[in-house]
Design a protein around this ligand. Sequence first.
Ligand SMILES: *[C@@H]1O[C@H](CO)[C@@H](O)[C@H](O)[C@H]1NC(C)=O
Ligand SMILES: *[C@@H]1O[C@H](CO)[C@@H](O)[C@H](O)[C@H]1NC(C)=O
Ligand SMILES: *[C@@H]1O[C@H](CO)[C@@H](O)[C@H](O)[C@H]1NC(C)=O
Ligand SMILES: *[C@@H]1O[C@H](CO)[C@@H](O)[C@H](O)[C@H]1NC(C)=O
Ligand SMILES: *[C@@H]1O[C@H](CO)[C@@H](O)[C@H](O)[C@H]1NC(C)=O
Ligand SMILES: *[C@@H]1O[C@H](CO)[C@@H](O)[C@H](O)[C@H]1NC(C)=O
Ligand SMILES: *[C@@H]1O[C@H](CO)[C@@H](O)[C@H](O)[C@H]1NC(C)=O
Length: 489
Amino acid sequence: MAAAAKVLSFLTASFLLVHLVTTVAASSVGHEIRRGFSAGHDTSYSQFQPLLADPTGVFSLGFLRAAASDSDSDQLNLVVLHLASSTALWHAALARPLLWEAPVSLSFNGSLVLSDAETGILWSTPAIDAGDRLVLLNSSNLQVQKLAAMTAVVVLWESFDFPANTLVQGQNFTSAADVKSTDQRFSMRVEESYLALYMELPGGTPPVMYWRHAAMEAKAEIVAGGGPIYAQVGEGFLGMYQNESAPVDVLPFKSFNLGIRGFRRLTLESDGNLRAYYWNGTIWAKDLEAIADRCDIPTSCGAYGLCDYSGGCGCLDGARKADRCLPAASGDFCAAGANEFGILRRKGVDLANKVLAANEKVGSLEECEASCERNCSCWGAIYNNASGYCYRLDYPIQSLVAADESKEGYFKLRPSGGGGGRSRKVKVAFLAVGSLVLVGTTTAAVVAYGVRRRRRGVTARVEGSMVEGLTPGPYKDLNSASFRSIELS
Ligand SMILES: *[C@@H]1O[C@H](CO)[C@@H](O)[C@H](O)[C@H]1NC(C)=O
Ligand SMILES: *[C@@H]1O[C@H](CO)[C@@H](O)[C@H](O)[C@H]1NC(C)=O
Ligand SMILES: *[C@@H]1O[C@H](CO)[C@@H](O)[C@H](O)[C@H]1NC(C)=O
Ligand SMILES: *[C@@H]1O[C@H](CO)[C@@H](O)[C@H](O)[C@H]1NC(C)=O
Ligand SMILES: *[C@@H]1O[C@H](CO)[C@@H](O)[C@H](O)[C@H]1NC(C)=O
Ligand SMILES: *[C@@H]1O[C@H](CO)[C@@H](O)[C@H](O)[C@H]1NC(C)=O
Ligand SMILES: *[C@@H]1O[C@H](CO)[C@@H](O)[C@H](O)[C@H]1NC(C)=O
């Protein structure tokens, strides 16, 4: 799990942080790879070693170097890169991280195989049927093809079926696939009649939905038994379809119907937001931001955090901590002897996405709390005194949002010092924090948020690489020279 996260996190590296100069000897990179091909990793390429080009010269398959964080060494992955922006649109789902120096090689024997001499196969496409060639289409789709009679081509495998954190224009996104942020904390899936974003949690806790876009069915209705729904980025919108004849939903981007033709992508970013962009020739212009307020993303203020729509982060326990509120927890309280917890009560807190949360009508606050207290998979509950609804949180407490006094929260806390081991329930009634503290917290929180933002700067800048609002570095036309140079700073 940690290893996998690390593998993927390498892609969050900023191409703007490093002043990178990639030289690409265009002449040495072909437009197709045939059986028998093998290429070793050549560390003399400083950032990107191209191995296969698409017909338009816009994309390339190759080995990309990136640092996951300041402390991490540079890692290597096999990616499909948008050359002009150095944005990885797809990467191989490696089981463990590879160092940039790794003596890996990529070969094609009918399957595409990434291997090294010591470990053997690190990643490969399935070897069900041997392909004849590997090509990178002008859509950025990487395909293993079998050449059948005449000019017919059978696609045995394609990267479009295995998205990483990004969908590109024309790529079909079905329920067989998921899109995951590079840090693996968030995922996107298409369900029977909607598209949803989930927060992924460790320790076997099911993912928690925090955004849902239901099909409007304005142009076509979803027909029961009419086949699965798939999503596809079109020219200025995200469409959902049951068949090609008409979309069952159109989620318009800013550029909808404006006739802007730039290459488009939809990326689930590491802050949990879903954003669409089009390439205007110089930058990725932002075209959609699915979640307008970051408080609606459950990790916005960290574990036991409190997000204020007016702009700050605080803590549920009222503490004024600049870094984090309480340690992030995982799992539940169901293991033998593990049902020990402290209790934190807080008035004036609510769930950002109540419509997506399980709830039941109860008679009182006490009843709401008791139903959570009794159940070892419950981490907390929010009671709405006005409506009588009780919302159960069956996952470790993340960020909640500030609300009026009629909403009351009850939260379990892992006993500090970990372990535990005594079977007797230890319950510490921590504090019932009122509005007085809330005021203090919010002011403190603005400061805290500032710190947080700086800490998160690395990731933010990565995904902002060549993105609207940030100043892009010098850019050269890649198609003009046989010797290409990408300079970003
Ligand atoms: C290609 O190589 C891999 C790894 O050596 C092997 O598992 C696979 O069976 C080979 N495929 C073919 C078609 O020879
Ligand atoms: C991409 O290729 C398809 C067919 O292979 C072609 O119809 C289309 O015009 C090409 N697009 C670009 C941008 O070259
Ligand atoms: C997407 O799905 C539609 C309908 O099934 C199909 O016609 C189209 O070729 C698919 N596109 C890709 C890129 O696979
Ligand atoms: C596509 O779906 C619509 C209903 O949404 C249906 O009326 C139409 O017959 C379907 N077309 C095909 C080719 O399946
Ligand atoms: C792309 O957008 C940037 C920033 O808005 C702008 O400066 C630039 O001129 C645009 N490029 C094109 C080709 O429209
Ligand atoms: C605890 O809650 C979970 C999830 O809501 C539920 O499936 C389970 O049956 C409950 N257990 C008890 C003992 O009530
Ligand atoms: C909760 O509701 C009851 C009855 O409607 C009311 O008397 C009480 O003041 C409310 N408490 C809060 C904290 O709003």
